[in-house]
Design a protein around this ligand. Structure first.
Ligand code: ATP
Ligand code: MG
Length: 672
């Protein structure tokens, strides 16, 4: 305990913070100084413990908030940390990704150490890699270029130079697109091209920041005086480059708290190494090491499935068993569903989302998780069809969307014109209204809905901030937006989250659909030849299932396209978890039956005509009927009898694509 005498008030604040933790978590939180390591499974409160530990330290007076740097790996996870700290009443703590933290420091020190402003950043390596490859006389295509870029990234994150690369790649069992020596030549040529153009890539940001701290005493002194306490979440996924930066920040001090779960290591293909986590106690023999077992996130049913799944992995040497003990009340059993094809799988998920939302669950409490981003589109279409809003991967690029940029410019202009206290929310609404935004009236589907949602998120943010700080004015709001944009901290947009399993790390939802579980997708085809790569895929599924608080559905489809051969085997990881033959009962169809009975009279008659039209349309396009329109959509059409495309477009399940394909036909059917 630090020798600082806290006032009675702060003791109360600190005690309140501790009251939210169990005994083991409290032990970790109370160790406010010196090295701390929490090694524990999913949902056991690691992130909760570090945020409470920071809040406790601040309340106690042991930490100056601005001197705490909490780092993690994705912008969303950093946002999650900031959100949790804010709700504990702690402001001023820096919670960032490694990249964002490095970028900020380097931008500040660039004039001193690089002799000018921060060089431009390479957003996408492919252009430079392509010209480096052609200089190395390699003939490449899109895939091999992407592989080359990944190899360069791997080399840089594992601190391998072009000279080291061939031996290191071989030792690590990398699968290379070309001979190692050729890859090394491309790597070297890529580095010189970058230097000639005077630009930095993302790895350089970390590397240059670390070098600067190692080489420039004055900069190191200043940075180390600024940051005195370090916390790393998801430490199992730290790579050698990030570790080097962390060591440079620490400069030999031991004020570091790391938390992680070796069973959630999902970035080793990019150079992450769980040995930093597992070896922490050896590197810091006086570390407080805490193990947590109680899972507070998920029902015992979800926890049971997670334990079984990870229990089937071969035990790694030196890895402590991290079985989870479910703490929550009983919930529904996880559901397994097999579908004929991907649109059917997506339609079933979308229909279930619709039901849950209609029953009162906020859309933001639902997530659909998939292995690769390309799987997202079919879900975007299916959700649009049933009128359910969605958010892609949490919109890390929120502040770069054109409508958000425009709104920020307008808000800034309005702020320059004067700031009336107490008028923040109405003013924000007025400014957005001048862009054509109408509250409570989201346009159906597509880009227009995305735009509406981005702007709605800005209003929601203003409302939230005012509830925390009623005197916040427009200038304060604009400054807050600039800060968030800098940290890539997107506000919450109401909608079902569509995210890759990688992007879902650290997050949680009441209802989670893990979709597309076929062999060749999960485990992904490229991993199949290497057992350790397949194990990483298993951990990825473990990450995905442990995101669910209450309801978990795992599904797969036998063919990709409607009418295709139903030959895809379900994921091997489901063996022993799912019943041998899982029921095929897409809720979409159950719903159809229910609705058939509801319609009577004229609407019923039109509904039947629409169905007849639909089966023809479906036949000529060789797709199942519900891919054309679901019964819910036909019902809405039959009830509202739209007479124009505009009216039709206002109905649930009618996106721009459907309007174009079927709009005229539907209107003709309605008018008889
Ligand atoms: P992951 O490995 O997935 O990142 P984690 O170990 O970081 O998980 P948290 O996200 O911190 O787990 O906690 C999971 C959930 O359990 C959160 O909703 C958190 O608020 C809740 N929780 C954790 N500890 C407690 C506790 N002692 N009492 C009540 N709720 C808790
Ligand atoms: Mg966590």
């Amino acid at each position: 305990m630090p020798p600082i005498g806290p006032s009675t008030d702060t003791v109360t604040g600190a005690e309140v913070v501790l009251a939210g933790l169990d005994d083991e978590q409290r032990t970790a939180a109370q160790a406010v100084s010196g090295p701390v390591c929490i090694l524990a499974g999913a949902g056991t409160g690691k992130t909760r413990t570090i945020t409470h530990r920071i809040a406790y330290g601040v309340h106690l007076g042991a930490y100056v908030p601005e001197q705490v740097l909490a780092v993690t790996f994705t912008a969303r996870a950093a946002g999650e940390l900031r959100g949790r700290l804010a709700s504990l009443g702690v402001g001023g703590v820096q919670a960032r990704t490694f990249h964002a933290a490095a970028l900020r420091q380097l931008r500040y020190f660039a004039p001193r150490v690089l002799g000018g402003p921060l060089p431009g950043l390479v957003e996408n390596k492919l252009r430079l890699v392509a010209s480096a490859a052609s200089r190395a006389r390699l003939s490449t295509d899109r895939t091999s270029l992407r592989d080359l870029a990944s190899e360069i990234e791997w080399a840089k994150t594992t601190l391998a130079t072009p000279e080291d690369y061939p031996a290191r790649a071989q030792a690590a069992g990398r699968e290379l697109p070309f001979e190692a020596a050729a890859v090394a030549r491309v790597y070297e040529s890529y580095e010189s091209a970058k230097q000639r153009e005077g630009v930095l890539d993302f790895e350089d940001l970390l590397l240059v920041t670390a070098f600067t701290l190692e080489e420039h005493q004055d900069v190191a002194r200043q940075v180390r005086a600024q940051y005195r306490h370090f916390v790393v979440d998801e430490y199992q996924d730290v790579n050698p480059l990030q570790q080097r930066l962390l060591d440079a920040w620490l400069g030999g001090r031991a004020e570091v708290c790391v938390v992680g779960d070796p069973n959630q290591t999902i970035y080793s293909f990019t150079g992450a190494d769980p040995d930093y986590l597992l070896g922490f106690a050896d590197r810091y023999p006086d570390a407080e090491v805490v193990k947590l077992e109680r899972d507070y996130r998920s029902t015992p049913q979800v926890v049971g499935l997670a334990n079984k799944l990870i229990g089937q992995a071969p035990r790694r040497k030196g890895l402590p068993g991290l079985r989870l003990l479910g703490q929550r009340a009983e919930g529904p059993e996880p559901v397994f569903r097999e579908h004929p094809d991907e649109p059917a799988e997506a339609a079933a998920v979308a229909a279930r989302c619709r039901e849950l939302i209609d029953a009162g669950l906020p859309a933001a409490e639902i997530a659909v998780l998939f292995r690769i981003n390309a799987q997202s589109e079919v879900y975007e279409n299916a959700l649009t069809d049933v009128g359910v809003p969605y958010v892609l991967k949490g919109g890390e690029r929120f502040f770069e969307r054109p409508e958000v940029r425009e709104a920020v410019v307008l808000l800034r202009g309005a702020a320059a014109g004067g700031n009336e206290p107490g008028m923040l929310v109405p003013t924000v609404r007025d400014v957005l209204a001048s862009m054509g935004w109408v509250e409570h009236r989201p346009p159906p589907g597509g880009a227009a809905r995305d735009r509406w949602q981005s702007l709605a998120a800005l209003v929601d943010l203003a409302v939230d901030l005012v509830s925390e700080n009623p005197s916040l004015d427009l200038a304060g709001f604009v400054a807050h937006l600039a800060e968030r944009a800098d940290a890539q901290h997107a506000p919450t947009v109401q909608g079902v989250t569509l995210a890759s399993m990688h992007a879902a790390k650290g997050l949680e939802w009441d209802v989670v659909f893990v979709v597309g579980l076929v062999d060749g997708v999960l485990p992904i085809a490229q991993s199949l030849s290497r057992p350790e790569a397949v194990e990483e895929e298993r951990r990825l599924l473990y990450v995905a299932v442990t995101r669910a608080r209450e309801q978990l559905t795992l599904s797969w489809s036998l063919s990709r396209n409607p009418g295709g051969r139903r030959s895809r085997p379900r994921s091997r990881f489901l063996t022993g978890l799912a019943p041998e033959s899982a029921p095929t009962a897409p809720p979409a169809r159950r719903r159809e039956k229910k609705q058939k009975v509801v319609l009577e009279g004229e609407a019923g008659e039109l509904f039947e005509r629409l169905r007849a039209w639909r089966s023809q349309a479906a036949q000529s396009a060789s797709v199942p009927a519900y891919v054309v329109f679901t019964d819910a959509t036909l019902q809405a059409i039959a009830e509202s009898r739209p007479s124009s495309l505009r009216e039709l477009s206002g109905l649930p399940g009618i996106g721009a694509r459907k309007l174009e394909l079927y709009g005229e036909d539907v209107l003709a059917t309605v008018s008889g």
